[in-house]
Design a protein around this ligand. Structure first.
Ligand code: HEC
Length: 128
């Protein structure tokens, strides 16, 4: 009888421990998810801003306002109306084929990447 009681205690205690452990794991997982979500609004947005920093920011600056080099080449402010009023298709076409001092990217970027960059340019506008 006392043997049974002791066994029940062990089972009870290990069940509690297991529940605590599961709860803790879920809790940590949800914190991790929340902080990842805060760091990047979405996988596409993160990838396109990385592409932008790698391929475009040297001339256009991290915020689209133009780097020192870009300003010497008279890059337009990507946040300006002159750029933003153009359709997605027009902007994608310019990124693909280039324009004036702006290099063509159709050989180094996929169509999806170019469209993601157009979306990224729209977000620069919102941040101004
Ligand atoms: C070597 C410097 C350089 C790099 C790198 C560069 N650009 Fe440009 N970009 C320019 C210049 C110069 C212009 C102005 C072209 C003109 O109007 O003659 C321009 C213009 C633009 C315009 C506006 C075109 C218009 O007529 O309104 C967009 C949009 C643009 N670039 C996007 C990008 C994107 C996206 C990337 C990265 C994939 C990029 N650029 C990389 C130099 C650069």
């Amino acid at each position: 009888m006392t043997q049974d009681k002791a066994e029940q205690h062990v089972i009870f205690a290990s069940t509690i421990l297991l529940l605590l452990f599961a709860g803790l794991t879920l809790f940590i997982a949800s914190i991790a998810r929340a902080s990842i979500a805060r760091a990047n609004p979405g996988p596409d947005a993160a990838a396109s801003s990385a592409t932008y920093r790698a391929k475009c920011a040297a001339c256009h600056g991290p915020d689209g306002g133009g780097s020192e080099v870009g300003k010497s080449m008279h890059v337009p402010d990507l946040r300006s109306q002159a750029v933003q009023k153009q359709s997605d298709a027009e902007l994608a076409q310019i990124i693909s084929n280039g324009k004036g001092g702006m290099p063509a990217f159709k050989d180094s970027l996929s169509e999806d990447q170019i469209h993601a960059l157009v979306t990224h340019i729209r977000t620069l506008h919102q941040k101004k």
